[in-house]
Design a protein around this ligand. Structure first.
Ligand code: SAM
Ligand code: SF4
Length: 485
């Protein structure tokens, strides 16, 4: 099919929303001019930006670009430290835990970096049946998961009806010890507004979609075919989600596809656009780095991002959008993850597989079904133990979304620092529940110390709240489930 015929075909499929005219709030020229304006940062300017960021009102894209240009280790250490302080002030020590669940790996797109792409004949194709989804969710619940991110490729075989049915199935699975899924976030290909309305009815949490790279020329090279080859259709997806009433949206770039500085600025412009238009920026930003995928024609990472640069970009994002959750996946190594918890990351996946059927014993570790390879393969309990040992609180909390604290309502609580009043106690309650129901000797040992310390600090901060939480912790120990504020 010629490109014009392809566009016409998808226009018929998706309607007029399948736009091709340029969304002018993000253009290659605009991002380049921001990066140019930020050249050669002086020490005084960098320090001014850091001080501004510490006031928790964010920094502009030009200021972020200035920080991205810094090479001086001393100065970088200073903004890594500022990111640590900001993270702690807004999120405290909590780290939200979730697991990805792949429904299928068929795809009509041909993203050159992805194992699921249409022309990859080296992987086996698999779409989970509803009973297979039940088995996957049972396996995840028995590990203690309460929050899922569901994903799939884009294909007629996994149309919206299938996705909605699968979400319903996942929510319906209950296992012993109060095992259940309490929040399902969704990362699927862009939909029309009408379809987003249907998706919203299945009670999803956040809708996430990565722009992959914000550079139009590179985007075009890497996405040669299928609906995803249309940059504007993807960039405008959050407008359609918001128009359909989905007010928690997640954005991201796949780092390694293009110059990381360019893509960080693209993400910030995207966040700024959403904030101005909807009164609320993205609920989360994700920072995936490109990993090898079986059958990818890319011999090497097009624009490798070193660990040093990765650290820097995470910290700059934390300074720029202080109230936005930041997600780090198991694409990263244990060491890198542990380090980045400090500098801005607030949500992590744990015990993940990128394989449809990867949690049920049958398909475990089958590389020929996976989307890409992972680095942190530790089981969830080991991850939880490590987190508690390092003084963080693993959180399985789903309270905000279930109580309607989403979109602007969530941000109105987050900005004056009020969300901490919910996050910390709810993290304690859900962590206690995890330890009671699924903990091993190891996680219980470190978890107990972690909770004791938190109880002490909560008592000093707010004795009335501490008494309430102590009561709830005792109730959980006595077998109650799902207690939250
Ligand atoms: N297929 C949908 C899409 O592309 O939006 C749903 C999400 S896809 C299953 C999840 C994400 O995986 C993609 O957006 C892409 O950023 C990421 N991904 C694909 N190949 C990857 C690789 N080799 N390494 C790391 N992440 C990858
Ligand atoms: Fe398909 Fe998504 Fe992979 Fe692209 S990234 S080939 S759209 S699954």
């Amino acid at each position: 099919m010629t490109k014009t015929a392809e566009v016409n075909y998808y226009k018929e499929e998706f309607g007029e929303e399948y736009r091709t005219e340029v969304c002018d709030y993000i253009t290659d020229e605009k991002i380049e001019s921001i990066l140019d304006a930020a050249n050669e940062p002086t020490d005084i300017e960098v320090k001014r930006i850091i001080d501004k960021a510490l006031e928790l009102n964010g920094i502009t894209p030009v200021e972020a670009a200035t920080l991205l240009q810094v090479e001086d280790e001393n100065l970088i250490d200073q903004f890594l430290e500022a990111a640590r302080k900001i993270k702690e002030r807004i999120y405290g020590k909590r780290l939200v835990i979730f697991a990805p669940l792949y429904f299928a790996n068929q795809c009509i797109n041909n993203c050159l970096y992805c194992g699921f792409r249409k022309d990859n004949h080296q992987i086996d194709r698999k779409k989970l049946s509803q009973s297979e989804i039940v088995k996957e969710v049972e396996a995840l619940e028995r590990e203690g998961h309460k929050r899922l991110l569901v994903l799939t490729g884009e294909a007629p075989i996994t149309d919206l009806d299938y996705i909605i049915e699968s979400i319903k199935t996942a929510y319906s699975v209950k296992t012993e010890n109060g095992g259940e899924i309490r929040r399902i976030n969704v990362e699927i290909a862009p939909l029309t507004t009408k379809d987003f309305k249907l998706l919203k009815e299945s009670e999803i949490g956040t809708y996430t979609c990565f722009q992959e790279t914000y550079n139009r020329k590179q985007y075009k090279k890497l996405h040669p075919e299928g609906p995803k080859s249309n940059y504007e259709w993807r960039l405008s997806v959050m407008d359609r989600a918001q128009d359909a009433g989905i007010d928690d949206v997640g954005i991201g770039a796949l780092f390694g596809l293009y110059d990381y500085k360019f893509d960080v600025i693209g993400m910030l412009l995207h966040a700024e656009y959403l904030d101005k238009k909807y009164g609320v920026g993205p609920h989360t930003v994700s920072v995936p780095r490109l990993n090898p995928a079986l059958g990818s024609p890319l011999d090497e990472v097009p624009y490798p991002v070193s660990d040093e640069d990765f650290r820097k970009l995470v910290a700059v994002l934390r300074l720029a959008v202080p109230y936005t959750g930041m997600i780090l996946s198991t694409r990263e190594t244990t060491e890198m993850r542990n380090e980045l918890f400090e500098h801005g990351v607030s949500q992590i996946s744990a015990g993940s597989r990128t394989t449809p059927g990867g949690y049920d014993k049958k398909e475990k570790n089958k590389e020929e079904l996976a989307q890409f390879s992972l680095h942190d393969l530790r089981p969830i309990d080991e991850i939880i133990t490590g987190i508690a040992k390092d003084g963080y609180i693993p959180s399985f909390c789903t309270a905000c979304y279930r109580l309607g604290r989403t979109g602007k309502d969530f941000m109105d609580l987050a900005k004056p620092g009020k969300i901490q009043e919910f996050c910390k106690p709810n993290a304690m309650l859900t962590f206690k529940e995890y330890l009671e129901d699924y903990g091993t000797d190891q996680s219980r040992k470190y978890g107990k110390t972690c909770l004791e310390n938190l109880k002490k600090s909560l008592k000093e901060e707010n004795p009335k709240l501490a008494a309430n939480i102590n009561e709830k912790l005792e109730a959980i120990e006595a077998g109650e489930h799902d207690l939250y504020l």
